[in-house]
Write a protein that binds this ligand. Structure first.
Ligand code: AMP
Ligand code: FE
Ligand code: FE
Ligand code: ZN
Length: 285
């Protein structure tokens, strides 16, 4: 029996609605699934308004982009798991981030216009819906308009850092994100450490120790693109610094077609115990 503690819905840049995601998780007999939309908890609020007859446990989460100075396209994402989604401060911060993301999308289409690619605000608003805007939304429009043939091409020609339509986004300082998560009674989990692009495992080990010191609760050791060796190393590192272990696929639906719910690239398997240990820890927050 397994769980998936990192997924996205249409409330950020995923392509399944919250109901479709829960339906799928239930069909795959996952014990628990965390919804961790980028800077967004709307999917979880929406699910609370429904009467679900599904067995799968839904964990309240969100994924924050953190403002740290890293080399090249390395990036730091922080997951908040077991969040109190009614927390005022959390809601206030998320509204600001969400507005900033939409403004950024408008700036991106302005830059695309300068490249001779017309996308209207209305088209952007339609593809984003009521959720939080991300570059994959713009990629979808570029595909629809046959300007590129896939998401990868959209990023490598236009949207990635250093490309003509790149616009940076508003990010939270590391300590602020951890505090925000803790104040909302959640666990702060370092997402996909692979994206830190450290050259040596030792660098990640040192980094985890430093993050623990400023309040990190756990690390996403199991992840779709982590090798078994890296996962094993992260679990050992976590044990060394009394960090919890989490795991998930980062499922996005059709925009990331090679990443499947629960199993990632095919061999991801996050045991139920991971969820139960996190839940136990969250009860003391
Ligand atoms: P944003 O949050 O708007 O900066 O967009 C980041 C999201 O875009 C990530 O969560 C991924 O889902 C997706 N993404 C980033 N880089 C790429 C890439 N090179 N190819 C495809 N998807 C990407
Ligand atoms: Fe994403
Ligand atoms: Fe991420
Ligand atoms: Zn993610």
């Amino acid at each position: 029996m397994s769980v998936d503690l990192h997924t996205h819905t249409t409330f950020s840049d995923g392509t399944l609605t919250p109901e479709q995601l829960i339906e799928k998780a239930d069909y795959q007999r996952l014990t628990a699934v965390a919804i961790t939309d980028h800077d967004e908890i709307g999917a979880l609020k929406y699910l609370n308004t429904l009467n679900s007859d599904k067995n799968v446990i839904v964990v309240n989460g969100a994924e924050f982009s953190i403002d740290v100075d890293l080399k090249g396209n390395a990036h730091l994402h922080m997951l908040g798991l077991f969040l109190d989604i009614e927390n005022d401060e959390l809601n206030n911060v998320l509204i600001k981030l969400k507005n900033a993301r939409r403004e950024r999308a408008y700036t991106i289409i302005q830059k695309l216009k300068e490249q001779g690619i017309p996308i209207t605000k209305q088209e952007i608003d339609d593809v984003i819906g009521m959720g939080s805007a991300g570059r994959p939304h713009i990629a979808r429009l570029l595909i629809q308009k046959k300007i590129v043939s896939n998401v990868w091409e959209a990023f490598s020609k236009y949207l990635s850092k250093g490309k003509p339509a790149y616009v940076s986004k508003q990010k939270l300082p590391l300590k602020d994100a951890i505090k925000l998560i803790h104040d909302a009674h959640g666990l702060a989990i370092l997402a996909h450490p692979i994206s830190l692009k450290h050259r040596r495992y030792k660098d990640t080990d040192v980094f985890l120790r430093e993050l623990k010191y400023i309040g990190l609760d756990g690390v996403e050791a199991y992840y779709a693109t982590h090798s078994p060796k890296f996962t094993k190393f992260l679990k050992e590192s976590a044990a060394r610094y009394s960090l919890l272990v989490s795991g998930g696929s980062d499922f996005h639906g059709k925009v990331k077609p090679d990443t499947e719910l629960g199993i990632g690239k095919g061999n991801l398997d996050v045991p139920d115990d991971i969820y139960f240990s996190l839940k136990e820890a969250a009860q003391h927050k």
